[in-house]
Design a protein around this ligand. Structure first.
Ligand code: MIG
Length: 641
């Protein structure tokens, strides 16, 4: 049962696909409070046993209780525990325990969820604006509430089959020869691979929809050459358009009025990778179509996958921000002898990026009216991705194109997937990846994954192996690392056998994983579930955060600690424990309900099969193209009945 409550005159987000009537019943579950200036907040008492799920891409655990979250898409590569905002805003929660209900606050501006942070027994939701839609979903169980919500937001994007292959990325492979070398190493070491990513340096001066002729000569032939080796190239597209006379995207966008404006009607400017940049106004349907059609050139070159970046949108600096900082620094009085000023001094320079003042100074045009960016901030990456997806529908309707984005909002899940942005090569971020998967699924994002091995800082062999051993189950399985970090490809740590074994297991699982994934998309189900969803009566299972259910068949128990020789697992019921090494079963036994310690070496992968279920493995292959051939579909069926 879904109830809709309308506040003010919200700008439509198109997150919800069905047109629900506005409820005339009094608000249930939440108490409403209006302060003197008309701002509304909602609160509820949380009972001791209540767990709060949701918020998609957010910090901390599966149970969000005990922290405060600000849904405001943020380009922030340090996902430490105290952070309140990451790249996506997924304003949906489920309270489950004494009572159960779901809440979705639909609005493009910032929304704060204080989930037992100020007061452990209290939930307080505060939209930053007066115009929004509130949805309350009633149901007896968390999984039922999520299913209702998923139905309301429409079917999730379905990625192509090849996008379940292993993918290698780095910022950057600078030349075609760099890419060839990556492919050669993978193929020579027989580590399966389906895609290599092109980060910003494939472009000419960071101009969207250009390819550097110097570094990637004869690009179309190069795309073809890679395809012959079973490799898809996946170029990045950034949100900002370089300001440069004669650059067609800039000239057209300017002439047609498709860029975001300042209050005075001139085109808004910020500094990003290309230097001085304009931001397409993706909220205008015509601008969306225009930008989307620009992907055509790369499609014509044979490209079948894209990742959309910097679409919070990220701003390194603006002229206004620099002027303010410079004025402050110039006026700084060295003789003041106030050491507290030291902190202010530093933050003036380091605080130039993604300033709220800059977002507030940018304007969109919605139905002919200027709308301040702050009102629709969280929709920007969503609408950029929608622009691309709608263009693909128009240009190549019979083809599935891989598409995912960094910034997102609920609704974008119908157009593409997401990756969780700039994490770090930290063990804690492997655990964060594990915990985020079910939350993302609740909000409709099924094709998603983290940068395996971690993006920032230097990765180590053991961390990458453990991370891959979890990553073989995530739809997007991509190793990506930042400029300046040590090489992180699977052949960069000496011996390659363990890597080959783990990634080969992924390929043996792909037909099974892909069919479970497509089924989950079509039936509005989750691929990754907290144990609590299927074992709500088991109080230990209800609170487990480091084991996940994979559809109805499997339980995953990844190892995520440095130097661990295995881990403790909890079985809510008897299950078959299967241990893989070199993509083969090396151990299989039925374990009874309860706690167990399982040994898992660095090159091994544990899986639990639930009663009455089975796991299908096909023969190994080094690319998804090889998987599609009938001979490789000979299956091994592991079951527990
Ligand atoms: O300012 O394109 O999250 O994956 O490698 C950094 C360079 C811009 C951020 C993305 C990351 C990508 C990087 N980009």
């Amino acid at each position: 049962m879904l109830k809709k409550y309308l506040y003010g005159q919200p700008i439509p987000t198109e997150a919800i696909v069905e047109d629900y009537p506005v409820s005339d019943e009094p608000l249930c579950c939440l108490a409403e409070k209006i302060d003197e200036d008309g701002h509304i907040s909602f609160s509820a008492v949380l009972a001791e046993e209540d767990i709060v799920y949701g918020l998609g891409e957010a910090s901390r655990g599966i149970n969000k209780r005990g922290h405060i979250y600000e849904c405001f898409n943020s380009d922030d590569p340090y996902h430490t525990e105290e952070k309140r905002s990451l790249y996506g805003s997924h304003n949906f929660i489920v309270v489950s325990g004494k009572t159960s209900y779901g809440v979705f606050v639909d609005c493009g501006a910032k929304v704060t969820f204080d989930i037992g942070y100020s007061d452990y027994d209290r939930l307080v939701i505060t939209p930053s604006v007066k115009d929004f839609v509130l949805y309350i979903i009633e149901g007896d169980r968390a999984d039922d509430i999520v299913r209702q919500f998923r139905r309301a937001i429409g079917q999730s994007y379905i990625a192509p089959f090849w996008a379940f292959g292993f993918q290698q990325s780095r910022w950057s492979y600078f030349t075609a020869d760099d890419v060839r070398e990556v492919v050669r190493q993978y193929r020579e070491n027989h580590i399966p691979l389906d895609a290599v990513y092109l980060d910003i340096d494939y472009m000419e001066a960071y101009k969207d929809f250009t390819v550097s002729e110097e570094r990637f000569p004869h690009f179309r032939e190069f795309v073809q050459e890679m395809k012959e080796q079973g490799i898809h190239l996946v170029p990045i597209i950034d949100a900002g358009v370089k300001i440069e006379e004669g650059y067609a995207v800039y000239e057209e966008g300017k002439a047609k009025g498709y860029f975001c404006k300042r209050k005075d009607g001139t085109d808004f400017v910020a500094g990003v990778w290309p230097g001085r940049t304009h931001f397409p106004d993706f909220l205008q349907p015509e601008a969306r179509r225009w930008f989307g059609l620009w992907y055509k050139g790369l499609l014509d070159d044979g490209i079948e996958g894209f990742w959309n970046d910097m679409n919070e949108p990220a701003m390194f600096y603006t002229e206004e921000g620099i002027a303010e900082a410079v004025a402050y620094l110039k006026a700084f009085d060295f003789s003041c002898n106030d050491s507290n000023k030291f902190f202010e001094l530093g933050s003036r320079a380091s605080g130039l990026a993604n300033r709220r003042e800059d977002y507030a100074a940018m304007y969109h045009t919605v139905n002919g009216q200027p709308v301040c960016h702050e009102q629709v901030h969280n929709l920007y990456g969503y609408y950029m991705t929608r622009a691309a997806a709608e263009a693909f529908q128009e240009l190549v309707p019979d083809k599935k194109i891989l598409l995912f984005s960094r910034s997102s909002y609920i609704g974008m899940h119908r157009y593409g997937g997401l990756w969780t942005g700039d994490n770090q090569s930290w063990w804690s971020h492997l655990l964060l990846n594990i915990k985020m998967m079910p939350s993302l699924n609740m909000c409709g994002f099924l094709y998603c994954g983290a940068d395996l091995g971690g993006f920032g800082t230097n990765c180590t062999r053991d961390l990458l192996l453990r991370w891959l051993a979890f990553g073989i189950f995530t739809p997007l399985m991509r190793n990506h690392s930042a400029f300046g970090t040590r090489p992180q490809e699977c052949y960069a740590f000496g011996d390659t056998e363990a890597f080959r074994g783990i990634i080969s297991l992924r390929y043996r699982l792909i037909p099974y994983l892909y069919s479970e994934y497509v089924r989950a998309c079509e039936n509005n189900e989750m691929l990754f579930k907290p144990l609590a969803f299927d074992y709500p009566e088991d109080d230990i299972a209800r609170h487990i955060e480091d084991q996940l259910l994979l559809s109805d068949n499997l339980m995953l128990t990844p190892v995520y600690e440095q130097n661990a020789i295995g881990r403790t697992v909890y079985l809510p019921e008897p299950m078959r424990f299967v241990l893989f090494k070199n993509a083969e079963v090396i151990h299989s036994e039925i374990l009874p309900q309860g706690h167990h310690f399982i040994h898992v070496a660095l090159d091994e992968v544990p899986v639990f099969i639930r009663p009455g279920h089975s796991l299908m493995l096909c023969s190994p292959a080094e690319s998804t193209a090889a998987l599609s051939s009938a001979s490789s579909l000979a299956v091994t069926n592991l079951s527990f009945s």
